[in-house]
Design a protein around this ligand. Structure first.
Ligand code: PLP
Length: 400
């Protein structure tokens, strides 16, 4: 009956993680999958989340269905975190927010919405981008293509080319960007560069789709949302997705959000209605435990404060690992510039390694990176950074 089905090649990143788990070498290091590991190499359970969980369990609340669009307190908390506590657009009721099944589920609901209500709008993603961006958009039946972003020669941004490219796009085109901690390159825009993008988008009638999966992992929780807020203040109406997988370490709870900024409260009501219709025919209503944890932390001042401090610890640990790796590489490879490591933001770094070099790292040294050369810096710790640097030095020396 199903003989004609092609075999699924597997998701490249998840398959690598499976290979890592099956690797018997004791000193193996996982720098492939996008997970934040702590100094002991474990997925952290945040103390703020643990406390919220204890409180919720004591309350023994029943597990009824959530509304289609998600829990009201959670959705309000998403709006505050993403758009700011003093956002005029939030106060004016101009933002339609739904709870997402993770950031991925939120992107897909946004993609379905574009497909249904923005006919003829193609989606443009950065070259490169998180692989699943393309799959999620294509899964909704949208046409997806890439705009210039990463410059391999300088390990930097092709800013001027990107801007010129945006200026040529037809009005109504959807441009997917990441406000902070770009996955997979780690290369973010400066505020001045964002201002240039905003102007071109306004002039050309483009629709920004901002995907923020790492809020707090770049410069700070408020700072990382700067581009989102600047766009709204400039009068643009972005679709914004966010995820709590990383900054709450709640990957499996599938907590995210989609917020569609609208010109008026009336339009936001209509949009919310159609988002609900879209959700109803896909998964009917979202899951509830993770959402309760996030809302409890964000709505309880003491827990909120503790969470902010925990995100800061994660962010600073990632930055420390970037510095340590750069120092050790510089010691072993004098003359080679690795400044990009400390200039990039968030969990990922595009190393510039070729796929052959990545294969050598994995096969000979048990160090796993994505074949594009993407390294998850959050997998480094004081115990493995020297071994990773030593292996990289061996591989990079073999170049010359
Ligand atoms: N967007 C980007 C850029 C990501 O890197 C990820 C996850 O890795 C997501 C969205 C989706 O996150 P979630 O795990 O919440 O679905």
């Amino acid at each position: 009956m199903y003989q004609h089905l092609p075999v699924y090649a597997g998701d490249p990143i998840l398959s690598l993680h499976e290979a890592f788990m099956a690797d018997p070498r004791p000193n193996k290091v996982s720098l492939s999958i996008g997970l934040y590991f702590d100094e002991q190499g474990r997925l952290p359970v945040l103390d703020s989340v643990r406390k919220a969980d204890q409180k919720l369990r004591e309350q023994e609340r029943p597990s009824g269905y959530l509304p289609i669009e998600g829990a009201p307190d959670y959705r309000a908390a998403v709006q505050k975190l993403v758009f700011g506590a003093d956002s005029a657009a939030v106060a004016e009721g101009r933002i339609a927010t739904i709870q997402g099944v993770g950031g991925s589920g939120a992107i897909r609901i946004g993609a379905d919405f574009i497909k249904s209500f923005m006919p003829g709008s193609d989606v443009w993603v950065s070259d490169p981008t998180w692989d699943n961006h393309e799959s999620l958009m294509q899964g909704a039946g949208l046409k997806v293509a890439r705009y210039p972003y990463y410059d391999a020669d300088s390990n930097g941004l092709r800013y001027d080319e990107m801007l010129a490219f945006f200026a040529r796009l037809p009005a109504g085109s959807v441009v997917l960007m990441q406000p902070c901690c770009h996955n997979p390159t780690g290369i973010d825009l400066s505020k001045a560069q964002w201002s240039g993008v905003i102007q071109v988008m306004k002039d050309g009638g483009l629709v920004p789709f901002l995907d923020m999966a790492y809020q707090g992992f770049g410069e700070g929780i408020e700072e990382d949302a700067w581009a989102v807020r600047a766009m709204v203040e400039a009068g643009l109406c972005p679709l914004v997705t966010n995820s709590f997988s990383k900054n709450f370490s709640l990957y499996g709870e599938r907590c995210g959000g989609l917020s569609v900024v609208c010109p008026s409260a009336d339009e936001a009501d209509r949009v919310l209605g159609q988002l609900k219709a879209g959700i109803r025919r896909v998964y009917s209503s979202p899951p509830l435990h993770g959402e309760r944890l996030v809302a409890a932390v964000l709505d309880t001042p003491a827990l909120h404060q503790q969470w902010v401090a925990e995100v800061k610890d994660m962010r600073e640990r990632i930055k420390r690992m970037r510095v340590l790796l750069a120092e050790r590489l510089t010691a072993g490879l004098p003359g080679m510039s690795v400044d990009f490591l400390t200039e990039q933001h968030g969990m990922f770094s595009y190393t510039g390694l070729t796929s052959d070099e990545v294969d050598t790292l994995r096969e000979k040294h048990g160090i796993y990176l994505v074949r594009s050369g993407r390294m998850c810096v959050a997998g480094l710790n004081e115990g493995n950074v020297q071994a990773v640097a030593d292996a990289l030095i061996v591989v990079l020396r073999a170049r010359s």
